[in-house]
Ligand binder design. Structure first.
Ligand code: SF4
Length: 295
């Protein structure tokens, strides 16, 4: 099978897509819209980011609804979730919470893990950097996943609830998970450019990897940024490297645009001239290969 590659003009086409993109329209639909107001408060931004990213399964409306419900349980202060002194009230409040297959008892355990972690460390950035220093970005995610799974603290906290540890996969596990939710969390924490929060200061933006959800993967595959049809950590690395060649200092700045081009319906994911006509990356799109003259 022929390998699909974007045209040499792809960087300019992608910049056009970025420049024309209606950020404000899509921001309202994105889970980050529910936590951006905390950007001035690094601890609360981090806690909100962990919970929001953990809940980032399914469509964006349902995800935003789940975040709003969680904040209501926390009396509007996400810091309450990780503050000591009200374990029973927290467990009671979360008991009936559900979002897809995520249950309130799992979020309660996550609260307890974070409460314990913050007793001896100021930020999850510390854990990420420890892993990153020896294992690169994947090592940072692996260290983060191990902290969030409660490894090392479960003796004090008791065994986690059913299915809890599976919420935090690692790219270094046998499944080579793309780790979309943890990668998204790190993007929110590290980038200080719109629309992200930028509360971590020591991880270079050039090191970030793209949160490869199904929308980003679809368009990345069809633009030839990866030849892999299935999402995996290898695909994350391929897409991130392709974007890094265009913007070495901030490759992940294109993520929001690529993701919401799919979510919004701007990209129909099929050949439809009425929609694809104005698409600036149409010359690079696999669906239009060999059809430019007739388009
Ligand atoms: S040309 Fe059409 S199918 Fe291809 S990326 Fe653009 S909008 Fe999507």
């Amino acid at each position: 099978m022929l390998t699909h590659r974007p045209t040499p003009e792809f960087p300019r086409h992608l910049e056009e897509l970025y420049a024309r993109f209606p950020f404000d329209r899509s921001l309202a639909d994105d889970p980050i819209s529910e936590i951006r107001f905390l950007a001035h408060d690094p601890r609360r931004a981090e806690v909100a980011g962990v919970f929001a990213a953990t809940l980032a399964i399914g469509n964006t409306t349902a995800i935003r609804g789940a975040i709003v419900r969680l904040f209501a349980i926390a009396h509007g202060d996400v810091g309450w979730l990780v503050a000591p002194g009200h374990a029973r009230e927290r467990a009671r409040g979360l008991a009936s919470f559900r979002h897809r297959w995520i249950r309130g008892d799992q979020l309660d355990y996550l609260s307890r893990v974070l409460e314990e972690y913050y007793r001896h460390a100021p930020s999850l950035e510390v854990a990420f950097l420890e892993g990153w220093s020896t294992g690169g970005f994947a090592g940072g995610l692996d260290a983060l996943a191990r902290v969030l799974r409660g490894e090392g603290t479960s003796a004090r906290l008791g065994a986690p609830p059913r299915g809890y540890r599976a919420l935090f996969p690692t790219p270094m596990g046998p499944g080579r998970s793309p780790c979309k939710r943890l990668t998204l969390f790190v993007r929110w924490m590290v980038r200080d450019r719109y629309p992200d929060l930028g509360v971590w200061r020591r991880v270079p933006t050039g090191e970030l990897r793209v949160p490869l959800d199904q929308h980003v993967h679809w368009i990345a595959y069809h633009l030839g940024l990866t030849g892999l049809r299935a999402r995996s950590w290898t695909a994350v690395e391929e897409v991130s490297e392709a974007l890094r060649r265009i913007d070495p200092l901030d490759p992940v700045r294109y993520d929001f645009v690529l993701c919401h081009t799919g979510i919004s319906g701007d990209c129909p994911k099929e050949r439809d001239l009425s929609v694809c006509g104005p698409c600036s990356v149409r010359p690079d799109c696999r669906l239009w290969r060999g059809r430019r003259a007739s388009a």
